[in-house]
Design a protein around this ligand. Structure first.
Ligand code: SF4
Length: 713
């Protein structure tokens, strides 16, 4: 067969994987494939791509795709249907559940993979028109503790700096971050800074990671002791005369109380080292280095966030930057590294159960503002249930209808076995999905709606540095696939809300979202992109990556925030936080090891896309559990043999990796394998559902488990 005479034009888009948000230049071949390379003009990556991004062209194709709606009649199997029948069923099902049980019986579970426009429409439908705030997202699993920490300290969910700070820093501290695997392009930018200006890289992590292997200094602290370490650092900064008295005086509140609490917890380097299980000389050297290096950036990720004390850990880190005025200035600041491509965009529209929209919460004034802007008939007036609590409520039968979009909770949530059982008991279970079969679609949804995949999607995402980028389509929508926002708007129309959901393009949705961000804002809220609210369709299509805020009087973005205060608390002063003294996590009776879960270099989430590339899958072809060789010997586990991993939640069986980098008394397992491709089920069915009290983020870094040998079959 002859190929096309001319190839379609090249398209600039954004990588669909991690929160670095790299720009890609895509050259479609006109036959459903494409050549993908880094976009040299995109500020996030300047042409670089990691292994996952570079393999994007290998993951295209329709072999695993869902191409038409499916619906189940009674207890029968899913069968092909048409859009009208599917949408009628969703609309009538939602109406019936609300009539019978009230709006609080309806929930949405969204995804950091969704575009901002899809997120906006789902959130508006749920919170303004159905009247439920049970709208949460898989981003709850990756950065909710950073959100809560930001809001406590800054009064807003603001990442103060930008990626260029990494190249301008003389010291980069990575806390609970295996950036070499999980944010590879950013890690390359850090290594480039070291090569160019001698930037020192310090890694603080219990686990010996690939990032730690490249560091200038490693502090392998005991699980869960980060707040002790940064409390000790705060004391040292005070005692070494490194405080910024002017910044403290003009722009903060609560420093004396925070310092007194830090002194009680970690009075000096020796006590800090004891509390963290570290060498005192190493701790003292780190304290001296941080104190002496003005240009310091502290990056933190899942090792901090995925913890029952995650919000306090974030607070302890922010305290050190606020105390020294090292925030929002070139080469300085705390920096939350987001896991997912649009975790931040989801936060902007209110895709978390404790947010309303446009970084507003549920105060009566904010509810009233959004009600008026949306002309909403049935506003949710208080926070909804966060992810873990939401699925527990589904299991108890309190939530009767659920719409899942673009995520695989049957695998990825803690207590995954209970999640699967809960999904099968719903009165209405709707799934928007782009693959024909996954673990969640095996949980008996009533309706499955075919959603656009990367390459077909058209909208925006926001990366870890607040940079909004276009994700552009370079492939046509195949079969009966529709954009994620479209069925939401169609269901709204069937429920009588058509006027408020009458968009015909993502550009129109984005303009409304941008207008809401500026509506009666007046500088009172950090998230303001009203400067983009009047973009024409052509200008939206051509939108260059831009960092919010973009207020109405400027189309330019904002690289850094808070260098001169201006926090979003009532008095514009940041708040110091006093971390609660909490004992580090311990094993339990019969469950003596602490299980840590995380990502691998070449896979993304449950592998629905990365699993299509043989090259990526060859890096780690099978799931495993890593333990220290001494633990392996003590427990009778052979390297390469099988182990049963058991917690209070459930069990699975994994291949044993005896790895000297694994701290004694702990185990590590990657998150990517599912019920479908791990013979004994995913690690999620072992992970505990314990959560941080402020953020609701699950502690998936320290589940008490036992390991026992399993005879080879
Ligand atoms: Fe994609 Fe993240 Fe890799 Fe960049 S670093 S190419 S965004 S996976």
């Amino acid at each position: 067969m002859n190929g096309p005479l001319t190839s379609p034009p090249s398209v600039n888009s954004t990588c669909p994987y991690c929160g670095v948000g790299c720009g890609v230049a895509v050259a479609p071949d006109g036959a459903g494939g494409a050549h993908v390379e880094g976009d040299k003009a995109h500020p996030a990556n300047l042409g670089r791509l990691c292994s996952k991004g570079a393999a994007l062209g290998e993951t295209l194709g329709l072999g695993t795709r869902l191409l038409h709606p499916l619906m189940r009649a009674g207890d029968g199997p899913l069968a092909r249907t048409d859009w009208d029948a599917a949408l009628d069923r969703v609309a009538s099902g939602l109406a019936a559940v609300i009539d019978r049980h009230g709006p609080g019986a309806v929930a949405f579970y969204l995804s950091g993979q969704l575009l901002t426009e899809d997120y906006y429409v789902a959130n508006k439908l749920a919170k303004g028109f159905l009247g439920t705030a049970h709208v949460d997202t898989n981003s709850r699993l990756c950065m909710a503790s950073s959100v809560a920490g930001h809001k406590r300290a800054f009064g807003s969910d603001t990442v103060p700096g930008c990626y260029e700070d990494l190249e301008a820093a003389d010291l980069i501290v990575l806390v609970g971050s295996n950036a070499a695997f999980c944010h590879p392009v950013l890690f390359r930018r850090m290594e480039a800074a070291r090569a160019k200006r001698g930037t020192r890289i310090v890694v603080i992590d219990p686990r010996g990671t690939e990032t730690a292997a490249e560091a200038d200094m490693v502090l392998p602290l005991a699980h869960g002791t980060d707040a002790i370490l940064f409390s000790g650092l705060l004391v040292h900064l005070a005692d070494a005369g490194r405080l910024d008295a002017a910044f403290l005086d003009r722009h903060t509140q609560g420093f004396p109380e925070a310092l007194a609490a830090a002194r009680a917890l970690a009075p000096n380097a020796t006590a800090t080292a004891r509390g963290c299980g570290l060498d005192a000389a190493d701790v003292a050297a780190f304290f001296r280095l941080f104190a002496a290096t003005e240009k310091a950036v502290t990056c933190y990720s899942q090792g901090v966030n995925q913890s029952a004390q995650g919000t306090d850990k974030v607070g302890a880190i922010l305290n050190c930057h606020l105390a020294t005025g090292r925030i929002g200035r070139e080469g300085m600041g705390p920096f939350s590294l987001t896991g997912q491509p649009n975790a931040m965009g989801g936060r902007e529209v209110g895709g978390l159960a404790n947010q309303l929209a446009a970084h507003m919460g549920f105060s009566p004034a904010e509810v009233d503002l959004v009600r008026r802007f949306w002309s909403a008939p049935r506003m949710a007036e208080r926070e909804g249930l966060k992810a873990v609590d939401m699925f527990a409520a589904i299991g108890r039968g309190e939530i009767r209808a659920l719409w899942v979009m673009g995520t695989n909770p049957a695998v990825s949530l803690p207590r995954a076995g209970a999640v699967r059982a809960a999904l099968e008991g719903l009165d209405l279970f709707v799934l928007s999905e782009n693959v024909a079969a996954n673990d969640t679609s095996a949980c008996r949804p009533h309706v499955v709606l075919p959603a656009a995949a990367w390459g077909e999607k058209d909208g925006t995402v926001t990366n870890s540095e607040r940079r909004i980028s276009r994700q552009r389509a370079f492939l046509p929508l195949p079969g009966e696939v529709r954009h994620g926002w479209w069925p939401l708007a169609e269901v709204a129309r069937r429920l009588g809300f058509g006027d408020a959901f009458a968009w015909t393009s993502p550009a129109a949705i984005f303009r409304e979202h941008a207008a809401l961000s500026g509506f009666e804002n007046g500088g009172t809220r950090d998230f303001d992109i009203s400067g983009l609210a009047t973009l024409s369709d052509a200008a939206y299509d051509a939108l260059k990556p831009v960092q919010w805020p973009v207020p109405a009087d400027t189309a330019a973005g904002t690289a850094r925030m808070f260098a001169d205060g201006g926090f979003f608390t009532g008095d514009r002063r940041a708040r110091f936080v006093v971390p609660a003294p909490v004992a580090p996590p311990q094993g339990a009776e019969g469950l003596p090891l602490l299980l840590n879960t995380g990502r691998l270099r070449d896979q993304w989430h449950t592998m629905t896309r990365t699993g299509l590339s043989p090259r990526l899958s060859s890096h780690e072809p099978a799931p495993f559990v890593a333990v220290h060789p001494d633990d392996a010997a003590r427990l009778g586990l052979a390297h390469g043999g099988l182990a049963r991993v058991t917690s209070a939640e459930g069990e699975t069986v994994l291949e044993v990796r005896a790895d000297p980098r694994q701290p004694a008394g702990t185990a590590f397992a990657p998150i990517h394998w599912s019920f479908a491709n791990a013979s004994h089920g995913p690690i999620g069915q072992v992970v505990q559902a314990r959560t941080d009290p402020f953020s609701g983020q699950p502690d998936s870094k320290a589940t008490p488990v036992s390991l026992a040998p399993v005879p080879a079959p």
